[in-house]
Write a protein that binds this ligand. Sequence first.
Ligand SMILES: [Zn+2]
Length: 215
Amino acid sequence: MISARENLLNITNKLLTAGLNHGASGNCSCRDKESFLITPTGIDSSKLTTDMMVRVSLSDNASQPESKFQPSSEWQFHQAILKKYPEINAVVHTHSVFASSLSVLGQDIPAFHYMIAVAGGDSVRCAPYAMFGTKELSDNILEAIRDRKACLLSNHGLVAVGKDLNEAFNIAEEVEHLSRLFIEAKKIGEPLLLSDKQMTEVLNRFNSYGRWAKD
Ligand SMILES: [Zn+2]
């Protein structure tokens, strides 16, 4: 059976191949027993190996001493998401071109295409800007992914979550594609938006749809 470390490395490679990450930007994590594993800080994605993945506790702020690598400088919001939402086991974060381009507008992506439902609702929210690594950013992301599986981070990038790394990757890839479509459409006109009723119909057809947040 594939280990969590191997799984994390595979997804990191898929993010590179799909063009969602470049250099050392972006990071991903997955729950593993009572803690989680996350990609290290400052290492080019193409140079990563399984032993570089850093184990971080869900109950305190210190990385486990077993690793000589430091966790991603953005580990705080990974921890915050995995602590708050027990249904979520994986987090993918990218600075991908199209989602990041939309994020600098600081606006939610509206229901301009029915596939917006892959993110769990009738929009992809944009979390207000806060400095990376801060509790304020974690809090903003927790609010933006409430009942959702993805959000934009204003002036920053994209976060996607899932029951496993494959789902989080697929959602990140789809939101990046939707971001590209939205930007292209805006070049030639004002996109028509689907109504609440139309989006409710779509959401009801999506098996993966569900309210994740308990509050
Ligand atoms: Zn980032």
